[in-house]
Structures are given as C-alpha cells and as structure tokens.
Design a protein around this ligand. Structure first.
Ligand code: KDG
Ligand code: MG
Length: 408
C-alpha cells in the first residue's frame, strides 16, 4: 500500500481552514486539519513544499514511523507550524487506518470509555447582566458547562473574548480585517477587583450544578494569578484557564500554594516537551493541547497517557479556528481517553460548514456523540471548498494604558 499524493486546501466559511487530503494507490483517502489561526499559510507551505513530496511512496499504515520521520527527520523540531503540519498528516493516516479496518478511530485507540463526552460552550457579555443572558442561553441549549467572559467596568477595551457592546456578535478571534492587528487595552487591577465577585454572582444565580469555566488568557503575573485563583474559590470553578503565560512553569507553584482552584493550561503547547514537567509536578489539573498543533493523534495520545499518571485530565482546545476534522479526531480521543475531562466546543456549525465537512458526529444536550463511521467519520466536499479562498486576519494585540505591550 502506498501514498500517491496529497492536496492542501486553504479557506472556508468564516475561517481559513487548512485541510489536507492524503491519497493512496488503493483509492482510500485520509483527511487532516492543519489550521493555525491567523498564520494559516505557514503550515500549508510546510505541507506542500516539504512534507507532501516526501510522503509519496510511503506506506500510510506505518503512521508511527511516518510521525517519527517527519518529527526527528526534520532536524529542526517542534513549533506550531511544523507540529500543525505533522498533526494533519497524522490525522489523515489514522483516518486511512480506520477506513482500511472498517472501524471508527476510537476503536483502534482502545474502544469506548464513555457513551458521550461533555463539552463546554462559550458565554460572553459586555457587562454582567449581558453575560448572565448569554449563560442562560447556553443552558437553554442543553449545555452543562459554560466558559464565562465578561466586560470589566472602567476598562478602556472590552477584554478577552468579550463583545464591545451588549448583544454584539462574539466572534472574537479573527475578523479578516487584514494583517495589522486591532489594539485592546488591558488593566489587571480592574480585572482582579471585578471578576472574582462576578464569578460568585454567576454561581449564586445558576446554582451548584453548572460547570463554570473562565479563561484569563495569560494576562496575570504569577502572584496575581495566585491571588485571583484564591479569590475565585467561592465560585467553585470547573477550571481557571491560562492564568499566566506558561513559559515560566516553576512560577505556577505559587498558584498551587495559595489555592485549590483547578488550573487548565496548554492550548499553545506543541509537544509533550512543553508540558511534561507541568504534568509530572502536578501543577495543572487539565491539559489543553489540541491534535492540530500538537502533532496529531499519535502525539496527543502520548500526552494523554502521561497526564493520566498524574491525575491530570484532558480539556482539548476547541476554539472556532479548529476545523471539524480536528474536532472529529478529538471526539475519538475523548470517547477513548480514560482521563477525559471536558472538550471545548465552538465549531461554527453553520449550513455552509456542514456542507464543506459532512459528518454524523453530533452534539446534543451538551454531550458530543461520536459517529461509528470508519476512520475519523468526516468528509470534505471539494466542490464546496472551491467557493473559498484565503483571507488575511490577525489576533488583536494587547497593551497596557501606558502603551506597554502585554499578552493577548
Ligand atoms: O487563536 C487563538 C484562540 O484559539 C484562543 O484565543 C482561544 O483561548 C482560546 C480558547 O480558550 O478557546
Ligand atoms: Mg483559552
């Protein structure tokens, strides 16, 4: 059996999805997602120029050896661009493996550990009453877990993942407004004075059953994060995400020393080497890596197994920049992983997106049910794909009021 070629598509409805289709002499094909939000052309070039020519002639069933070849063989290892490209190949090879076996990928991983996987939705408000409405809307739709982000009184800009005005659209990641980023102004003091109390009010309003999550998006210093995590304890969070930038991982001990609020980190990690010390030292409760930029199913499975040894559960990244292909790959991991925690779920499930990526995976009542179709259980309609092209966009940059550049 051998690979005869592979195609890379960039574009999609409202997103620059990077889709890889690996072709074989036997007519079976596999799909992978290499979308790297606002840097989408880079994994596409990495795939087209450096990976696809090397794949031709290889046996697609040897997914482990191909992973090692792409990772070790490149000499310059890791990083989001390379790992997203490797991740896409790996997903496609698991897709082929499942189709050849006539089995869904989760069966190849070890079968079901649960019937369905809990997902969390996003709620956001320009102010607390607006956020309360947004949470109530998520609960009406059946979600049992909700990430809550709120505008901060007196802050010159809206804050992370928060609409500028009540009832405004909340697609906060890319507005395709070009490469020059929008600037947001941040004030940690105002945030710290307001947000813990807001979280407690949310708990009081919605009761003990709702799983409440909150994303700090790397904006606090370790000492501030420790204070914030302790102040948020009355809200009984499911998790506090990215309280600090995770480059200085020893500093995270401060949070542990001062609070029992569960901590989730890892959406920007690309390999096990970015999180092995965090996991082994049990500084986190949830690992947030994604199959897309952490090297696909083969590599993320290793991270999941290491995490399982240290009571760390999964909470894979699922921002709207992930295409339904990587969300499908994560659905298979979620059904299998003995230490599954939760899945972020924010696919743009519009008719256009469903037409581009048809599948029988479904989310109902806040639970993701995985399809039993062979492989990843997802298709890609190339005729639909021809409707879209790459559009440049950018994340905002964040500055303090005096102009100092801060963490997005
Ligand atoms: O591209 C950046 C986004 O993926 C990120 O801002 C989303 O923090 C995020 C989350 O938790 O989904
Ligand atoms: Mg996040």
């Amino acid at each position: 059996m051998r690979i005869t070629g592979a195609q890379v598509f960039v574009g999609g409805p409202g997103r620059n999805y990077v889709t890889l289709k690996v072709l074989t002499a036997q007519g079976v094909h596999g799909l992978g997602d290499a979308t790297l939000n606002n840097r989408e052309t880079l994994p596409a070039i990495y795939l087209r120029d450096y990976i696809v020519p090397a794949l031709i002639g290889m046996d697609p069933r040897n997914s482990e050896d191909i992973w090692q070849f792409l990772y070790r063989g490149a000499y310059f290892r890791r990083g989001p661009v390379a790992m997203a490209a490797i991740g896409a190949v790996d997903m496609a090879l698991w897709d082929i493996k499942g189709k050849l076996a006539g089995l869904p990928v989760y069966q190849l991983l070890g079968g079901r550990s649960r019937e369905a996987a809990m997902v969390y939705a996003h709620a956001a408000g320009a102010d607390l009453p607006d956020l309360m409405d947004s949470i109530a809307h998520c609960i009406e739709q059946g979600y049992r877990a909700v990430r809550v982000q709120c505008g901060i009184p007196g802050m010159p800009s809206a804050g992370y993942a928060v609409p500028e005005a009540r009832g405004r659209g909340k697609h906060y990641i890319s507005d395709f407004a070009g490469i020059r980023p929008r600037v947001e102004i941040w004030d940690s003091g105002r945030y710290m004075r307001f947000m813990p109390g807001a979280l407690a009010e949310i708990r009081a309003r919605f009761g003990p059953e709702l799983h409440i999550l909150h994303d700090v998006h790397h904006r606090l210093l370790p000492r501030e994060a420790a204070e914030f995590a302790r102040a948020a304890e009355p809200a009984g969070l499911f998790w506090l995400e990215d309280p600090t930038p995770a480059e200085d991982q020893d500093a995270l001990d401060l949070i542990r020393q001062h609070s029992t609020t569960p901590i989730a980190i890892g959406e920007v990690f690309n390999s096990i080497w970015d999180c092995n010390r965090l996991i082994e030292a049990e500084r986190i409760d949830f690992i947030r890596v994604a199959v897309t930029y952490a090297g696909g199913i083969t590599h993320v499975r290793r991270i999941v197994d290491l995490a399982g040894l240290h009571h760390v559960r999964t909470g894979f990244h699922g921002a709207p920049s992930h295409s339904p292909i990587s969300m499908a790959a994560q659905a298979h991991l979620n059904i299998w992983a003995p230490n599954f925690g939760i899945q972020e779920y924010l696919v743009l499930a519009t008719p256009d997106c469903d037409a581009l990526f048809p599948s029988a995976h479904r989310v109902e009542n806040g639970l993701m049910h995985v399809s039993d179709a062979p492989g990843l259980g997802i298709d890609f309609d190339e005729k639909q794909a021809a409707r879209y092209e790459y559009r440049p966009g950018s994340h905002p940059v964040v500055r303090l009021e005096d102009g100092t550049l801060w963490n997005y």
